[in-house]
Design a protein around this ligand. Sequence first.
Ligand code: MTE
Length: 349
Amino acid sequence: MANIIVPPGWRIPEREATPEPVFWNRKAFLRTLGLGAAAVATSGCGSSFTPLEPPTGGPGDGCNAHPPSHPLQTICPTANEDLYPPARDDRFELDRPLTDRIEAATYNNFYEFIGRMNEPNRIWDLTGPFRVRPWSVEIAGEVENPGHFDVEDLEREFGLEERLYRLRCVEAWAIAVPWAGFPLSKLIEKVKPLSTAQYVRFVSFDRPEQAVGQAIEGWYPWPYYEALRMDEAMNELTMVATGVYGEPLPKQHGAPLRIVAPWKYGFKSPKSVHRIEFLVDRPSIFWSDVEPDEYGFYSIVNPDVPHPRWSQGMEEMLGTGERRQTLLFNGYGEWVADLYNPELLTFRS
Ligand code: MTE
């Protein structure tokens, strides 16, 4: 598998890369046409799209309708409805307006659902066959209490809180959203890592019959995997998100649970996590294995360390198109700066 890697559109070879100004213009052009968000996914432009594979997850309705008729139809009912919307933790203030909910739900990165057009604004449309309830997370490796833990039980046990966080994608777009969830540290304390555990690895699901991207892009090393150092995982900022905008996560945001580490590029926040492993040695991560020249294990948001093909100095907010200066640590330095040796910040580590 490793020798037939066909990277997605934005990981094209240097010689074919769109210069950054063209990238910005393309986005502006799409907006001018009204092709932001849902319009693209459902409009008559469909005829110019390559037909997708037929749905493989069988017929569905409700949150499993395929295709869903609305980007938020992908929210599956939960037994914990009474926990939503959770009370806000006011320690986490934003320096910008929240991203419009529909904009955030219609421009996503979730390669498990990327169709033949590689379009981030079609992810939601393809998640119908994906079943997110019931869902348990397996805890394994260097822990006293391994096992399978039901997501709704965890939500009930730890309670939920809302936090307003920025998310900065490595592709230079950003959102500001109200996640609902609990600190990852609560789960870690519950399962009691052994003193040998230095890293935490997150593994997503492997269901090509439910996820068109896994079915048609078999050259990727599925399932998606990411990892944090133990002190990063225990940091107060690191969340297990089970909801957003006061409701359970829509599938395209990573239902039923995802990790959120807001000081790192978005790919360090894995979606739809199925297994969490506690490890002695540093594991590899999905995108570093696919594209070793990209960012590495730490992948801290840093405006001064460019991507090999574009600057990271600026970011564009989804929805408004506002361009902002990118902040070191995505603005979360007061929480995390002391975790890192300054040398780590000077290259794509
Ligand atoms: N998690 C999985 N399982 N698969 C993915 O492709 N993409 C990542 C991250 N988590 C990804 C993932 C990237 S690149 C980004 S920027 C964020 O999800 C985007 O989160 P959002 O779509 O909820 O805004």
